[in-house]
Every structure is written in structure tokens, then in C-alpha cells.
Design a protein around this ligand. Structure first.
Ligand code: ZN
Length: 315
């Protein structure tokens, strides 16, 4: 009988889950709406029924549950004050799952789970030191040193998205100003686009406000050669390269992987990022650290990453 792990990815709107083999094949997956679970204790009960049914159908032996979630704390197995989830306060989700499944359960922050997925099922296979950056509505990161995710003293290490790149810069929901993710993220590049538009063409800026564009449209406009969109990508890459160059001093990764919507913009984001990165790097690191696209598929990364937590604990 083949072994499988239940990978669970918790998001603000949806909860995705699937049965993953050791080789990283998602045999079957499904999703439910997060708001359908005002009581989080119901979630493991429903997933237990689903997993049992599918394990029988696929002749699988379930060996554990890996959970990736916003504000997940690996040490305590809790979700702590997640602003985008319907659950307030501290939720002991790992405990709820252990009670129902009676199997090993691992819970961590979603970006850290995806970072582990990169080692098991992506482009970081066999690698022990790398940096994983996910660019979405925010900037998440997972720092891997000596084959392990860096959790720090209380599991909260690795918040690269909230390193300050501009003193007194853009306001961040964390309560401070100038955080990296306010510039390098889907909403960040849109803000940069509008700043540039306002500076270069005030009339167009004014008329555009009635019908604002999103990051996908900034990308499309850049492909069409729109100078302001191209400039927005350049500026975003410059800031990311600068931040990454600083981060190298702490852990000296072998490689850096970029994942998520913005990372799929190809040269538009990679070129200015790498240029700026090399420019700001300490000379001992120059031309030694490739910045590459993640090897994980966009639609599989979350479930694979969560599942890899268990394969990693049982190795
Ligand atoms: Zn912040």
C-alpha cells in the first residue's frame, strides 16, 4: 500500500487540500470555503471523512497531515491572530487535527511550507541553503539553512517582507512605514505604477482613477511596451534586488528562488532584480548567487509545500 500525506493550505477565502505521495504527486485534491468554517474544530472532522474515503478509493495509507496557513506558528502549532482568517485570537489547529487523525501533524506559516516544498518537489532538490520568496498580495519568505527552515526563537523568523527599504516610506498594515512588501508585491507594483503616472502624466493619472488597473494589467501594458509599466517593473526589481543583496549577508544562500504572480513576469522582473542585486552585493558574493524562478507549479505549491512538512519530519 502506497503512503500518502494530507496537505492542507489555509487561505483567507479558500482551504485547499490533497493527498500527496512521497514523489510529490497530488492524487486527488479539493477545496472548501474558509467562511464555511466559523468553528475551526469542524475542519479536521470534515477532512478526516474526506481523507478516509479517498484513501480507500486510491488504496493509500495516510501517514500524517501537513498544514500551511497565514500566521502559522510551527513551535506551538497554533494560528496566531491571523487578520485575513475568520478565526480570531490563537487557534490551536494542530491539536484539533491530532485529536481527530491520531497521526503526526505539522503546521507552519504558508510561505515557509512552500519553501520546504521547493526542496522536496521543486528546484531546490538536494540543496541545503537557499532563500525562497513568494510574491503575491504580500511578500512571504522562507529561509533555509543547513537543510532546515529558519524559525528563530519563537517561530517568527524570516519576515523579509517587513524589512524596511525606505525610511518613512509607504504605510504598511504592520503599523510601520517603508516595508519591502509595500513595494514588491502585486499591490506594490500597482502603487508604483500610479506614482510614476502621476509624476509623468498628471492628466492621464486623473482620468485613470475612475478605472484603476491591477498588477496583471501593469504586466500586459509592459508587454505592449508602455513606458510607465516598464518603469514600474524596473523600479520593483531594483528594490527587490537591493533587499535580497542585504539578506545574503545573513545566511549566504546557494540560490534564491522567486515564486508567485510577479515572479511569472519573466525578464520584466528578473532582469532588473538581478542587475540591482549584483550591484548592491558585497564583492565576496558577486556573480555567485543565481536568482531563479521557483520549480513549483503555481496551483500545486501550497498543497505540496504543506505535505512536504510531514515527509521532512519523518525522514
Ligand atoms: Zn510591514
Amino acid at each position: 500500500m502506497q503512503e500518502a500525506v494530507l496537505g492542507v493550505d489555509i487561505g483567507g477565502t479558500g482551504i485547499k487540500f490533497g493527498l500527496v505521495t512521497r514523489d510529490g504527486e497530488i492524487l486527488i485534491s479539493d477545496k472548501v470555503k474558509t467562511k464555511g468554517y466559523p468553528n475551526p474544530e469542524k475542519l479536521p472532522k470534515d477532512l478526516f471523512k474526506w481523507a478516509n474515503k479517498e484513501c480507500t478509493a486510491f488504496d493509500l495509507k495516510l501517514i500524517g497531515v501537513g498544514i500551511g496557513t497565514p500566521n502559522g506558528n510551527y513551535y506551538t502549532g497554533t494560528i496566531d491572530f491571523a487578520p485575513n482568517l475568520p478565526w480570531t485570537g490563537v487557534i490551536p489547529l494542530k491539536k484539533y487535527f491530532e485529536k481527530i487523525f491520531s497521526l503526526p501533524v505539522a503546521l507552519t506559516n504558508d510561505a515557509k511550507a512552500a519553501a520546504m516544498g521547493e526542496m522536496y518537489y521543486g528546484a531546490a532538490e538536494g540543496m541545503k541553503d537557499y532563500l525562497f520568496i513568494t510574491l503575491g498580495t504580500g511578500l512571504g519568505s522562507g529561509i533555509v539553512v543547513d537543510g532546515k527552515i529558519v524559525y528563530g526563537y519563537d517561530s517568527l523568523a524570516g519576515e523579509l517582507g517587513h524589512t524596511i527599504v525606505y525610511r518613512n516610506g509607504r504605510e504598511c498594515p504592520c503599523g510601520r512605514r517603508g516595508c519591502l512588501e509595500q513595494y514588491v508585491s502585486a499591490p506594490g507594483i500597482v502603487k508604483t505604477y500610479y506614482e510614476l503616472l502621476r509624476n509623468q502624466n498628471l492628466d492621464e493619472f486623473r482620468t485613470s482613477l475612475g478605472n484603476m488597473i491591477d498588477s496583471a494589467e501593469v504586466y500586459n501594458k509592459a508587454l505592449e511596451g508602455d513606458s510607465i509599466s516598464l518603469e514600474a517593473f524596473k523600479k520593483t526589481g531594483e528594490i527587490l534586488g537591493f533587499a535580497l543583496a542585504n539578506s545574503v549577508c545573513y545566511t549566504r544562500p546557494e540560490k534564491i528562488f522567486l515564486f508567485g504572480g510577479l515572479a511569472q513576469s519573466g525578464d520584466l522582473i528578473f532582469k532588473p532584480t538581478i542587475e540591482s542585486f549584483e550591484n548592491y552585493l558585497l564583492p565576496i558574493y558577486k556573480n555567485k548567487i543565481p536568482i531563479l524562478p521557483s520549480g513549483l507549479k503555481e496551483n500545486e505549491a501550497a498543497i505540496l509545500g504543506s505535505a512536504s512538512l510531514i515527509w521532512n519530519e519523518l525522514k
